[in-house]
Design a protein around this ligand. Structure first.
Ligand SMILES: NC(=O)c1ccc[n+]([C@@H]2O[C@H](COP(=O)([O-])OP(=O)(O)OC[C@H]3O[C@@H](n4cnc5c(N)ncnc54)[C@H](OP(=O)(O)O)[C@@H]3O)[C@@H](O)[C@H]2O)c1
Length: 319
């Protein structure tokens, strides 16, 4: 029976990935900073939970040893440069070393659409630059000739929707309480992808690598995980209200903010406790469209036909 360690397996995407892996008969290990974060995961005799600091390289190496594959889903959306470097660059580096030391031959790494491993610094935000650097360190480690390297698949999703998303759900909730929606970068374009499709892609990638159908360690695979439709941010805000029935499905008036005012809004949000809805760095990310480049394969290359947003989003927003 195959064993996989899913780092970041307690999160929005990780939970769906783990569920599918368990269904496919994998033995799944989930490391977590806090044991109660595994609560959304199903109870299963095939699931092991390890409470550890994944940034502690020796603890991470011990955890990785004995597994056939690693899936990395750890990421942050907000933070300073040091935090992005630690989570998006240093952690993949530590994982790569751990895999090579333990002889793990398969790695699936979840990055983000807009990350560029060839030229990380060309991206407009700390989030995307650090994601590109993270890809680069894994590509370098995987490319080392066998037996030291590993099969690598990098998944680059656009924004991900699903019942637990912090995206359409947040827009809908805000419009329930605000008389209008102040919105910067409303013209930014996205190609939202269903969390289930991303999870299927991860499981499918592992299966392909297992069957030897994936490129060898010398030829990693990069996949753009995008849905079938492109929406502007403004359309998505309006759709979230429509599908959740806010104000009789009409939603609230969307008031376009110039970028500078968006940054003022982000500065004010940064003063409030908890995760901001929109940070300076998020605004920077939206300077470029978040749609498939078409330069690398999409989900179809894994036999997945990505689902349309409306029917699925309606099923969870309209509750
Ligand atoms: N959600 C989206 O719309 C979207 C879009 C594009 C790309 N992605 C990518 O998809 C992947 C999964 O995203 P997600 O939305 O599922 O993320 P998530 O819900 O925030 O989950 C991330 C997981 O990483 C762990 N984690 C978070 N911060 C950490 C830190 N500082 N140190 C160590 N572990 C930490 C957490 O595990 P514990 O709390 O259990 O330790 C958490 O379960 C990420 O790589 C993300 O960049 C997501």
């Amino acid at each position: 029976m195959k064993k996989v360690i899913v780092v970041g397996g307690t999160g929005f995407v990780g939970t769906q990935v783990c569920k599918k892996l368990l269904q496919q008969g994998w033995y799944v290990t989930v490391p977590t900073r806090q044991r109660d974060h595994v609560q959304p995961l199903p109870r299963s005799s095939q699931l092991s939970v390890l409470e550890l600091d994944v940034h502690d390289e020796s603890a991470l190496s011990l955890a990785v040893a004995g597994h056939d594959a690693v899936v990395n889903l750890v990421a942050i959306l907000h933070g300073d440069q040091a935090a992005f470097d630690k989570v998006h660059v240093a952690l993949p580096q530590k994982l790569a070393r751990a895999c090579r030391a333990a002889g793990v031959k398969r790695v699936v790494h979840i990055s983000a659409l807009g990350a560029d491993a060839q030229n990380p610094q060309s991206a407009p935000s700390m989030y995307l630059r650090s994601k590109g650097q993270g890809e680069a360190v894994l590509l370098a480690a995987a490319g080392v000739a066998p037996p030291a390297g590993f099969d690598l698949t990098i998944m680059r999703p656009s924004v991900i929707f699903g019942a637990q998303d912090k995206f359409l759900n947040v827009f809908a909730k805000l419009q329930k309480v605000l008389p209008f929606m102040p919105l910067a970068c409303g013209g930014a374009r996205f190609q939202p992808v269903w969390v289930d499709d991303v999870a299927s892609a991860v499981v499918q990638s592992l299966a392909q690598e297992d069957a030897g159908a994936a490129p060898s360690a010398a030829k990693p695979k990069i996949i753009e995980a995008c849905g079938p439709e492109v929406f502007t941010l403004r359309q998505l805000v309006q759709l979230s209200a429509q599908l959740s029935g806010v104000h009789g499905g009409r939603g609230r008036p969307v008031v376009a903010l110039p970028l500078w005012l968006g940054h003022v809004q982000a500065a004010l949000m940064a003063l409030a406790p908890g995760e901001p809805v929109m940070s300076h760095d998020n605004l920077d990310s939206m300077k470029v469209d978040n749609v498939a480049s078409g330069k690398v394969p999409g989900l179809q290359s894994l036999g997945i036909t990505p689902a349309a947003l409306r029917p699925i989003a309606q099923s969870y927003l309209n509750k």
